[in-house]
Design a protein around this ligand. Structure first.
Ligand code: FES
Length: 154
């Protein structure tokens, strides 16, 4: 995380003194972008750098489902399982991903290529069901489109 400090300093300069807790979200986002996940050592580093209580960082990491605490595969496929997506067939998509990849939610393929997760609401309920791969949204998904997507990830 130390190599990101110059970037964090530029960010810090945009906030008034005493608002260090406002930097938690952008800092952990940048750390994840850099490393792929947020490690315990990153949290330790941010506590020391920002001077905020560890619980503030832990709260951000546990509230936002896009933050990861462990490494994931090259592709992180997330399938929404909340109400709108469920009503539009999310369970079928989730079962299909599991059957196609041979893994369940929270698991990574043996070759380390794809990590599969189910999540609560990806904020795109109007285009349910929704699948996100890394940062890219795939909306109004069907089994056929999902198969095409999985082939692309190969
Ligand atoms: S319920 Fe799936 S995106 Fe909101």
């Amino acid at each position: 995380m130390k190599h990101l400090i110059p970037e964090f300093e530029r960010l810090k300069a945009r906030f008034p003194a005493g608002f260090e807790s406002s930097l938690v979200l952008p800092c952990v986002r940048r750390i994840q972008e850099d490393r792929g996940f947020v490690a315990d050592s990153d949290i330790d580093g941010l506590v020391a750098y920002l001077g905020v209580p560890r619980i503030q960082i832990e709260e951000v990491l546990s509230y936002y489902t896009q933050f990861r605490r462990t490494p994931v595969g090259r592709w992180h496929l997330q399938t929404c399982r909340n109400v709108s997506c469920s009503m539009c067939g999310a369970e079928r998509l989730i079962a299909h991903v599991g059957a196609s990849l041979g893994i369940g939610p929270g698991e990574t393929t043996a070759d380390g290529r794809i990590t599969f997760s189910t999540v609560e609401c990806l904020g795109s309920c109007g285009t349910a069901p929704v699948v996100v791969v890394n940062e890219t949204y795939h909306e109004s998904m069907s089994i056929e489109r999902l198969d095409a997507l999985l082939r692309e990830l190969g």
